[in-house]
Write a protein that binds this ligand. Structure first.
Ligand code: NAD
Length: 487
């Protein structure tokens, strides 16, 4: 399918190329090429902000801060609720836009828009429930009163793999808490961020409360914002490597950090698992977004008794997927984000093969326009292969065989990451026991999809700091203030 010549409403990329959104103004610019990964063609250019524009965004966020923190929680809540409603009304247009700039299959893009919008609904509800504490000192002689205040101006940095959801998962709790924000989306997928900013304007978000800027120099631009004493919070989602750099940068001015970083999720299948359910879960955990998800199953550990049937079933399902442009409604596996992403996947598969892995399906890059890699299943993968230790971020499922529960737990924990893990077993006692022994922030028990706006999302080890979503997500944008009160 070739790309349609025109797209309706918010799906039209040209509509979002107006440029930076600072203090309620749209500032035209260019310099960042947004590419359609389905073809490799240019979609549009967007503005490339420098340090001056970034500091104007901080000025705008500062100018709006006092008004927003004193806006009644009910009113903040209603604005977020309207933003949710507008996203739902424009859901199909937003989904097409995401597919266009990110490449993901339309079904995945629709899922992302629904998930992303739910953060506005959830935090519209949480905005009116920000609590405090009152207690007596143990001696009984004094009182402790704790208020939760907005933490201050927040810089939000998001990746390209969920251009809508990673932004709303930060904007919604920040605004609910009473903070003003500067969003820096990934340069690969800026259009969705700008489209959502327009919807925020329509929903009644006051000028300067949400600012959006795109830049081709994220290092110096972010450093300048973090060095500004008015910025008190950095919320970052992206790779562990960039997260480490930003933690060091934030340390210079002791800026509060939330970090949602990379993953290397193990997917464990025990002998007594329901095979069909495990295969259904595996397809979701592996293939949502074509494998470009931080929670993506990166290592399949399958017990000896069910191993061969699992490999056969997984290979059949992977081989049947229809590859194509994300915006073609028939597509089940879209392109990767960049040619470099395809090169990396190819390198990991070549390394595994060189070490003795067998390709069950896929395994060779495709010769067609766009940045495609075919759904691939590998078996007999040695555990020292690079693919066992790096995020694949693509449609490749390496399968490893294990014999005992202890061995499975040891293999699952053999990583610096600790974001997500999956366990399939009909024996719920075993599944929970194994789940407790795996060092991750999230565990799917007989489920291949765990993301839920009402649940705390985040990782242990080098997968991050803090949690997004759920009742605790808003705490990342609140600072406790203790009043020692004599009365
Ligand atoms: P990335 O780290 O390359 O980029 C993420 C963001 O950081 C982008 O906006 C990018 O422009 C910006 N950035 C890059 N270098 C920077 C610098 N020096 N200073 C400031 N900002 C900088 O990650 P990516 O390739 O866009 O996304 C994929 C990664 O994100 C994967 O590792 C994935 O696991 C992770 N991820 C994690 C979660 C989570 O919730 N834990 C969710 C989605 C993606």
């Amino acid at each position: 399918m070739t790309r349609p010549a025109a797209f309706n409403g918010y799906a039209d990329p040209h509509r979002h190329a107006a440029g930076l959104y600072i203090g309620g103004n749209w500032l035209a610019g260019d310099g960042i090429a947004v590419i359609d990964p389905s073809t490799g063609d240019l979609l549009v250019e967007v503005a490339d902000a420098g340090v001056d524009e970034a500091l104007s965004a901080v000025d705008a966020a500062e100018a709006a801060a006092a008004g927003w923190r004193s806006t009644a929680p009910r009113e903040r809540s209603e604005i977020l609720r309207r933003w949710f409603e507008l996203m739902r009304e424009r859901a199909e247009e937003l989904a097409v836009l995401i597919s266009l700039e990110n490449g993901k299959a339309l079904a995945d893009a629709r899922g992302e828009v629904a998930y992303a919008a739910e953060f506005f609904r959830w935090y519209a509800e949480e905005a009116t429930r920000i609590g405090g504490e009152f207690r007596h000192t143990p001696s009984g002689a004094h009182n402790i009163l704790v208020d939760h205040e907005p933490i201050g101006i927040a810089v939000l940095i998001t990746p390209w793999n969920f251009p809508a959801a990673m932004a709303t998962r930060k904007i919604a709790p920040a605004l609910a808490a009473g903070c003003t924000v500067i969003l820096k989306p990934a340069a690969e997928t800026p259009l969705t961020a700008y489209a959502m900013a327009r919807l925020g304007e329509e929903a009644g978000v006051p000028a300067g409360v949400v600012n959006v800027l795109t830049t081709a120099q994220p290092g110096p631009v972010t450093a300048a914002m973090l060095a500004d004493p008015r910025v008190r919070k950095l919320s970052f989602t992206g790779s562990t490597g960039v997260g480490r750099t930003l933690l060091a940068e934030a340390a210079k001015s002791v800026v509060h950090c939330s970090m949602e970083l990379g993953g290397n999720a193990p997917f464990l299948v025990f002998d007594d698992a329901d095979l069909e359910a495990a295969l259904d879960g595996a397809m979701i955990a592996k293939m949502r977004n074509g494998g470009e998800a931080c929670t993506a199953a990166n290592r399949f550990y399958v017990q000896s008794g069910i191993h061969d049937a699992f490999v056969e079933g997984l290979a059949a399902r992977m081989a049947a997927l229809k590859i194509g442009p994300g915006y073609d409604p028939q597509t089940q596996c879209g392109p990767m984000i960049t040619p470099q992403a395809v090169d990396k996947i190819d390198r990991l598969v070549a390394d595994a093969r060189a070490r003795g892995a067998r390709v069950v399906t896929g395994g060779d890059r495709l010769t067609r326009d766009g940045f495609y890699y075919p759904p691939t299943v590998l078996e007999n993968v040695p555990t020292d292969a690079e693919i066992a230790h790096e995020e694949i971020f693509g449609p490749v499922a390496p399968v490893y065989r294990f014999r005992t529960e202890d061995e499975a737990v040891q293999l699952a924990n053999d990583t610096e990451h600790g974001l997500a893990a999956y366990v399939y077993s009909r024996d719920i006692m075993q599944a929970m026991r194994v789940g407790r022994r795996i060092d991750t922030g999230m565990i799917g028990i007989n489920r291949g999809l765990m993301s839920d706006p009402a649940a705390p999302f985040g990782g242990t080890k080098q997968s991050g700091l803090g949690r997004e979503g759920g009742v605790t997500g808003i705490l990342e944008f609140l600072e406790p203030k203790y009043f020692a009160v004599e009365f």
